[in-house]
Write a protein that binds this ligand. Structure first.
Ligand code: FNR
Length: 375
C-alpha cells in the first residue's frame, strides 16, 4: 500500500523491490572486489546455483476462501522473539561494502525487530554493534587460541548477545576464485577485522595496539588463528561449559551430524552450506532440510540458510521444517547500495512479500506452513 500510494505522488522506491535487479544494481555500483566478495562462492559456484535451483523444485499450492484478515507471522526461536521467521545471517567485514558496515545493519534490524547474528569477523567490534543493536546473537569462528575463544565468549555475554552460533564449515576459507582473482585481503589493510583488533587477548599476541607498523603482523596473526581444523565433536563440551545461553551449530548438512548436535547437548542447528561458499559441488542446502527436520526438529531448533532471496523462499523453507531462516547476500547488497536505509528496504520488501505469499496462499501463521502446503 505504501509503495502504491507514494506512486500517486510520483515517488518510487529508490532501490529495486526484486532480488535479481537488486543484485544487478549492486554489481553495477559496488565495484568488482566488493561485489565479488559478496556474490562469490566456492569453485565453479555450482553449489550456489544449486541452492537457488532447489527452491524452484518446490511449489506452493494456494488455498482459497479461508479468513486471512489477520496474518501474524511473529515467532520465537530459542527465546528470541521476531516479527517473522527471518534473521540476519552473520556476514563478515561488512565495511567492505559500506563504510558504516555492521553499525548500519544493526540499526536497520533493530528498527524492524529483526534479530541480527553478528560475525566474529566483523569490521566493527561487538561492543560498538551492541550499543545500537536490538535483538542479537553472536557467531563464533572458533579460533585456534583457546584464550582468544574464551575472550570472545565473555565479551559477547557481557554485551548482551543472547545465543551463540558456532560456524562449523569454515575452519579454513575455501577456494573462492572471485576473491583469489582480486586477492581481496588488501581490503583488510584499510578496514580491518576490528572485532579481533579490539580484543585484549589478540592485542597481547601482536604486541599491543594496532598501528600502521604492526597492521600486517595483525592481519597475518588473524589469518593464522582464524580457524581450527583440529576441532571434533568432543570439543563442544568445552564450549558448553563456557557459554550459559543457547548454542546453535551452523553449517550442518548431514542427518547424522544433526543427530550428533543433539547428542552434544546443543540447542539448535543451522542447515547451511554457507551460501555455497565452502564446498563446490556440495548438495543444495534446501535438499538437506526435510530429512534433518524430520530427524531432530522435535528436539532442537532448526534454522536454515543458503539461497533465500524472496518471501516465497522463506515460506518454502519454513514449510520444509525450518523454525526460521537466515538471509545473507540479500541484505549485504542493500547495505552496499543504501547503507542503513538500504538494509531496511531489503528487509521490509522481504517481510512484505512473505506476508503476502502466506496470506494469498490461505494461511495466517508460521504454524500453518506445513509440508502439505507444498507440491
Ligand atoms: C558469509 N557467511 C558467513 N557466515 C558466518 O558464519 N560468518 C561469517 O563471517 C560469514 N561471512 C560471510 C560473508 C559473505 C560476504 C557472505 C555472502 C556470507 C555465510 C552467511 O552467514 C550465510 O550462511 C549465507 O550468506 C547464506 O546464503 P545466502 O543468503 O547468501 O544465499
Amino acid at each position: 500500500n505504501e509503495i502504491y500510494l507514494n506512486g500517486l505522488s510520483d515517488i518510487r522506491p529508490v532501490l529495486p523491490t526484486d532480488s535479481s535487479r537488486l543484485e544487478a544494481l549492486a554489481q553495477e555500483k559496488l565495484g568488482g572486489q566488493a561485489f565479488g566478495y559478496v556474490a562469490g562462492a566456492a569453485g565453479t559456484e555450482a553449489t550456489a546455483r544449486a541452492n537457488r535451483a532447489a527452491f524452484d523444485r518446490w511449489r506452493i499450492v494456494p488455498r482459497m476462501l479461508r479468513d486471512t484478515s489477520k496474518p501474524d507471522l511473529s515467532t520465537t526461536v530459542l527465546g528470541t522473539p521476531m516479527p517473522a521467521p527471518v534473521m540476519l545471517a552473520p556476514v563478515g567485514v561488512l565495511s567492505i561494502v559500506h563504510p558504516e558496515g555492521e553499525i548500519a545493519v544493526a540499526k536497520a534490524a533493530k528498527e524492524l525487530g529483526v534479530p541480527m547474528i553478528l560475525s566474529t569477523a566483523a569490521s566493527r567490534t561487538m561492543e560498538q554493534v551492541a550499543e545500537v543493536a536490538g535483538p542479537r546473537w553472536y557467531q563464533l569462528y572458533w579460533p585456534k587460541d583457546r584464550e582468544l575463544a574464551e575472550s570472545f565468549l565473555s565479551r559477547a555475554a557481557a554485551s548482551g548477545y543472547d545465543a551463540l552460533v558456532v560456524t562449523l564449515d569454515t575452519f579454513k576459507l575455501a577456494w573462492r576464485p572471485r576473491d583469489l582473482d582480486t586477492a581481496y585481503l588488501p581490503f583488510l589493510r584499510g578496514i580491518g577485522v576490528q572485532n579481533y583488533f579490539a580484543d585484549p587477548v589478540f592485542l597481547r599476541a601482536v604486541g599491543g595496539e594496532i598501528t600502521e607498523e604492526n597492521r600486517i603482523t595483525a592481519i597475518l596473526h588473524w589469518v593464522a588463528n582464524f580457524g581450527n581444523p583440529t576441532l571434533t565433536w568432543d570439543d563442544l563440551a568445552w564450549l558448553r561449559e563456557r557459554w550459559a545461553g543457547p548454542i546453535v551449530l551452523k553449517g550442518v548438512q548431514h542427518v547424522d551430524d544433526a543427530r550428533k548436535a543433539v547428542d552434544a547437548g546443543m540447542d539448535g542447528i543451522v542447515v547451511s552450506n554457507h551460501g555455497g561458499r565452502q564446498v563446490d559441488g556440495a548438495v543444495a542446502s534446501l535438499d538437506c532440510l526435510p530429512g534433518i527436520a524430520d530427524a531432530v526438529g522435535d528436539r532442537v531448533s532448526v534454522l536454515f540458510d543458503s539461497g533465500i532471496r524472496t518471501g516465497a523462499d522463506v515460506a518454502k523453507a519454513v514449510a520444509l521444517g525450518a523454525d526460521a531462516v537466515l538471509i545473507g547476500r540479500q541484505y549485504a547488497y542493500g547495505l552496499g547500495l543504501g547503507g542503513e536505509a538500504g538494509v531496511k528496504h531489503v528487509l521490509r520488501c522481504l517481510l512484505a512479500e512473505l506476508e503476502l505469499t502466506v496470506s494469498l496462499s490461505g494461511l495466517n501463521r508460521v504454524e500453518d506452513l506445513t509440508r502439505d502446503v507444498l507440491a
